[in-house]
Design a protein around this ligand. Structure first.
Ligand code: TYM
Length: 331
């Protein structure tokens, strides 16, 4: 079975964009792929400035419980925490030594995040190299992610290709898999901006958490920005960004194409559209929230799942790292 790897940063509450862009997609791959799902706590150290290591560790357990609650069965996929497999950091260094600085400076995510503050840490710049190590260590063929990660996967491919060309065939070249709908869910308060965990902290109406209660979900959707119109246009070209985003959310949660979802709501009032969208989110997330509560309460079981996952991941990672070290001639 082809190998799959993906990951989420335990940097804050996961939102519905993370679900439709990533986790929801992963669940559908369990049968046909050999899946590795990582909780990238080392990456989260770049974004959670004030977070201490221990809050990152506790959030890693939150994310692990959420993975399982979403349907990622630990007996069918390897779930592990990045920092528990030290090969990630080690391979990262080997890759950093041959990654052009210019390529890192050109990354959209880096430009966006570094533009927001005066003092930026080097971790933000080399972030995609650690991501490349995550992917290459497992001979990954497919990386299921949201649209915003495409560029990082392309860079990973470039890094691998260059390494192979210089040192001989070492790494499998991965490619991104982005869902047809829901690859880029926009902010509810500002549909020109991607929904993000960081914005959610500053603007409460920006997003909906995957674990939000029904009343919060309904309130947030009711407040979502639309436009001055009253009814959903049947022509997708005529939709404003806000309405388009709501239809996209509906399509993702109900497993429809965008056009199918639009046909279902065309002609409805915005009020009715919002009700339909909220119903759809609630019916998917409510059972996830219930399972999550039970799973999160059993820390010993979570730690067992993660230890088991780290052991399985290490076995693969160790072999690949050794291959890279040998190719480089340092082993
Ligand atoms: P992170 O934690 O920001 O996001 C996790 C996943 O959610 C997707 N996503 C979205 N999808 C649709 N709409 C949105 N608004 C939205 N926001 C986020 C992301 O594309 C991602 O798939 N760099 C990665 C973490 C990472 C990783 C990896 C991913 C580290 N190593 C190796 C894949 C493979 C990140 O920041 O994800």
């Amino acid at each position: 079975r082809p190998r799959v790897l993906s990951g989420v940063q335990p940097s804050g509450d996961l939102h519905i964009g993370n679900f439709v862009g990533a986790l929801g997609q992963w669940v559908e791959m369990l049968d046909d792929y050999d899946c590795f799902f990582c909780i990238v706590d080392l990456h989260a150290l770049t974004s959670t400035r004030k977070a201490t290591g221990s809050t990152v560790a506790s959030r890693a357990r939150d994310v692990a419980a959420l993975y399982v609650a979403c349907g990622i069965d630990p007996s069918r996929a390897t779930i592990f925490v990045q920092s528990q497999v030290p090969e990630h950091s080690e391979l990262m260094w080997l890759l950093t030594c041959s990654t052009p600085l210019g390529a890192l400076q050109r990354m959209t995510q880096f430009k966006g995040k570094s533009g927001q503050t005066d003092s930026i840490e080097a971790g933000l710049l080399v972030y995609p190299v650690l991501q490349a190590a995550d992917i290459l260590l497992y001979d990954t063929e497919i990386v299921p992610v949201g649209d915003d990660q495409r560029q990082h996967i392309e860079l990973t491919r470039d890094i691998a290709q260059k390494f192979n060309a210089v040192h001989g065939e070492t790494f499998v070249l991965p490619r991104a898999r982005v869902p047809l709908t829901g690859a880029r869910i926009m902010g509810l308060d500002d549909p020109d901006k991607k929904m993000s965990k960081t914005d959610a902290v500053i603007h409460p109406n920006h997003s909906i958490g995957l674990l939000s209660s029904e009343s919060v979900i309904r309130k947030r959707i009711a407040r979502a920005v639309t436009d001055s119109g009253d009814y959903v246009e049947a022509d997708s070209e005529a939709l404003s960004a806000g309405v388009r985003n709501l239809v996209e959310i509906l399509a993702s949660f109900d497993h429809l194409s965008f056009d199918e979802a639009l046909r279902r709501v065309a002609g409805e009032s915005y009020g009715k559209l919002k009700e339909t969208v909220a119903d759809s989110i609630v019916s998917t997330t409510e059972p996830i929230r219930e399972r999550y509560e039970a799973l999160r309460a059993d820390e010993a079981e979570l730690d067992r799942i993660l230890q088991d996952g780290a052991e399985k991941a290490s076995e693969v990672a160790r072999r690949t790292l050794l291959r890279a070290q040998t190719a480089l001639g340092i082993r």
